[in-house]
Design a protein around this ligand. Structure first.
Ligand code: SF4
Length: 285
């Protein structure tokens, strides 16, 4: 174990993002007023936050069929219109916690599709947010991160609308868009590109990378099931030795042998309290 006093530095942007903060505040308020509320799937990708919410009566239903009460909250990731319809058909009231940045991407997909554009969402096709965005494109779109889409797909529609999952890495989205432009403009295509990356993600990634370039080691705090946390880890790894932990208990003192300067960042669903616990653990090494 290192006996050297570690210099600990946090990024300027840590803790909950505005969308997660709002979702948790509303859930807490509704749970207090009604004694309980269900959410469709986990409302944040963080076991500890979900446990705290469970303690005040917030229960996650994994599908519409599993909803037991007459009110359900949709997470900050949002859902497509077909899912909203399915919930309403069962006379279940919706508390819509969809983040405004996700809503912006959903609106963009809906507008593009109604204007006759085929929608390409740069993102993970298995992610809840992406499925929801595509739902608003009314079946006229795909999700991909394959930059070679044009060379591998025989024929794509002539009018293409491109947007991004809100939590993607901006510089990668730029590269993706450039490739599409290069291919599409040789095929008489019409392109509409909309920047739908969340502002918090953009700032958090910039601040994180700036710090990662100055420290000996980075700790990224957040769940492995959180897309934005995994992207932070991916970015930090390009700059320095990086570990991702969900809680302070996962920290191994041996990681810090010979290190002087440690940087800390967090995903958007990591509570400030968890970050403080990590700092306290580092200070005790
Ligand atoms: S990361 Fe951005 S898009 Fe996602 S919930 Fe937070 S503020 Fe909204």
């Amino acid at each position: 174990m290192s006996k050297m006093k570690l210099k600990i530095e946090k990024t300027a942007v840590t803790g909950f993002c505005v969308g997660v903060r709002r979702a948790i505040d509303i859930l807490e308020k509704v749970a207090r007023e009604r004694g309980q509320i269900e959410t469709l799937g986990p409302v944040v990708h963080n076991r500890h936050v979900m446990q705290r919410l469970a303690d005040i009566g917030v229960r996650a239903a994994n599908s519409v069929e599993e909803i037991q009460g007459n009110t359900v909250a949709i997470s900050a990731h949002g859902v497509g219109p077909a899912m909203e319809e399915k919930i309403r058909e069962r006379n279940i009231e919706i508390v819509n916690l969809t983040c405004s940045f996700v809503r912006r991407a959903q609106n963009a997909a809906q507008k593009l599709a109604s204007d006759g554009f085929f929608v390409i969402v740069y993102g993970d096709m298995n992610h809840t947010e992406v499925k929801g965005i595509l739902g608003w494109a009314d079946g006229k779109g795909i999700a991909t991160m394959d930059e070679n889409l044009f060379s591998t797909t025989e024929r794509l529609p002539h009018r293409l609308g491109v947007l991004s999952q809100t939590t993607q890495i901006p510089v990668r989205f730029n590269e993706f868009v450039k490739k599409i432009i290069d291919h599409a403009l040789t095929k008489d295509a019409e392109l509409r590109i909309i920047d739908t990356i969340c502002h918090d993600i953009r700032e958090r990634q910039q601040a994180t990378l700036e710090l990662a370039n100055r420290v000996d080691i980075m700790l990224v705090i957040g769940s492995h099931s959180s897309a934005n946390t995994n992207h932070l880890t991916e970015l930090c790894t390009t700059a320095t030795k990086t570990y991702q932990v969900e809680t302070a208990e996962e920290i191994e003192p041996s990681w810090f042998t010979g290190k002087e300067h440690v940087g800390i960042t967090s995903g958007t669903s990591t509570a400030e309290e968890t970050i403080n616990e990590v700092v306290a653990k580092l200070e005790s090494l």
